[in-house]
Design a protein around this ligand. Structure first.
Ligand code: KIV
Length: 298
C-alpha cells in the first residue's frame, strides 16, 4: 500500500493557488508540471483558464511581444511592465519573473535589488535567472538568502547564446553535458526551488534527473523532466515560421489574426462596417434641436 498522501491538483474553479510545497509534492507524486510563458493580461487569463501550474514572464517577451531579434535588449522596466499586467490576469498559477540580461550579473546587491522589484512592484512569486556558472550560482544564492525563491536555467541560455555558439542544442558531448550537470547541481545547492533545462539531449536530461531533488522543467529536453514549458506564442502559432525543433504548435492564431484584420479592412473599404446595429441612436427631437443649433452657428 502507498504511503503517499492523496494530494490532488484540481483543474476547476476551486483550484488552490500553487505554492512551493505543492510543487515539490507534484514532483514527489510524479504529476507532470505545466508551465507556460505569458506577457500580458489576456495571455495570463488564458493560462489561468487552462489551469497551468507555473507562469513565466519570460525575457522571450523581448522577441515575442517587443519585436527584438534576441532576448538581450529588453530593459528591466519593460519586463516589469509585462509582469504587472500578467499578475493582474492570474489567480492560481505560481508567477515567475525572468531577470533580464544585465539586471543581475554585476553584483549580489544588483541581483537582489532586481529580484525585489519583480516581487514588490510586479507581484511575482519568484524569479528566474540564466546560467550555471560561478556568477549565476552566486547570484541565485544571494537572492535565495534575501528570501526570494529562484528558478535556475541551464543548457541553452539565450541571454548568452553568442558565447554558446548560437541558438543550438547544448550538452551534446560528454564534457559539455558534464558542465551542464555541474551547473544544475550547483544551482540546486544554492537553494533554487526548480530549474529549467533548455535544448539538451533527452538522454542527458534523463541521466541528470537522478541527481536533482528539485522540480525540473524541460523545454527541448525530452520527456524525463518533471514538467514542460513552452513559449505562449510558439505553442499558439502567433509567429512567422515554425520555431525551434522542440516546439509543438497547438493552434494557428497568427493565421486567425491575419484573417480577422483582413476581413475588417475589407469591410471598412467596402462600406460594410459599421452596420446600423453597431451605432448609437438619438431621439429625433434632440437631433432636430441639434441641427437647428448648428444652422444658427452653435
Ligand atoms: O524566456 C523564456 O521564455 C524562457 C523559457 C524558454 C524557459 O526562459
Amino acid at each position: 500500500m502507498s504511503t503517499v498522501p492523496n494530494v490532488r491538483v484540481p483543474a476547476d474553479a476551486s483550484r488552490l493557488p500553487m505554492t512551493l510545497p505543492r510543487l515539490a509534492e507534484m514532483k514527489r507524486l510524479g504529476q507532470p508540471i505545466v508551465m507556460v510563458t505569458a506577457y500580458d493580461y489576456p495571455s495570463a487569463r488564458a493560462a489561468e483558464a487552462a489551469g497551468v501550474d507555473l507562469v513565466l514572464v519570460g525575457d522571450s517577451g523581448a522577441m515575442t511581444v517587443l519585436g527584438h531579434p534576441s532576448t538581450v535588449p529588453v530593459e528591466l522596466d519593460e519586463l516589469l511592465m509585462l509582469a504587472k499586467a500578467t499578475r493582474r490576469g492570474l489567480r492560481t498559477p505560481f508567477l515567475v519573473g525572468d531577470l533580464p540580461f544585465g539586471s543581475y550579473e554585476v553584483s549580489d546587491a544588483q541581483a537582489i535589488q532586481t529580484a525585489m522589484r519583480f516581487v514588490k512592484e510586479a507581484g511575482c512569486d519568484a524569479v528566474k535567472l540564466e546560467g550555471g556558472g560561478e556568477t549565476s550560482v552566486a547570484r541565485a544564492r544571494a537572492i535565495v538568502n534575501a528570501g526570494i525563491p529562484v528558478m535556475g536555467h541551464v543548457g541553452l541560455t539565450p541571454q548568452t547564446s553568442t558565447a554558446l555558439g548560437g541558438y543550438r542544442a547544448q550538452g551534446r558531448n560528454a564534457g559539455a553535458a558534464e558542465r551542464i550537470a555541474r551547473g544544475a547541481i550547483a544551482l540546486q545547492d544554492a537553494g533554487c526551488f526548480s530549474i529549467v533545462f533548455e535544448a539538451i539531449p533527452s538522454a542527458v536530461a534523463e541521466e541528470l534527473m537522478a541527481h536533482l531533488e528539485i522540480p525540473v522543467i524541460g523545454i527541448g529536453a525530452g520527456p524525463a523532466t518533471d514538467g514542460q514549458v513552452l513559449v505562449f506564442h510558439d505553442l499558439l502559432g502567433i509567429r512567422e515560421g515554425l520555431g525551434a525543433r522542440f516546439v509543438k504548435r497547438y493552434a494557428d492564431l497568427q493565421k486567425e489574426m491575419d484573417a480577422g484584420i483582413t476581413a475588417f479592412a475589407a469591410d471598412v473599404r467596402g462600406r460594410h462596417y459599421p452596420a446600423p446595429e453597431h451605432g448609437y441612436s438619438i431621439d429625433a427631437a434632440e437631433l432636430s434641436e441639434f441641427r437647428a443649433a448648428l444652422e444658427n452657428g452653435a
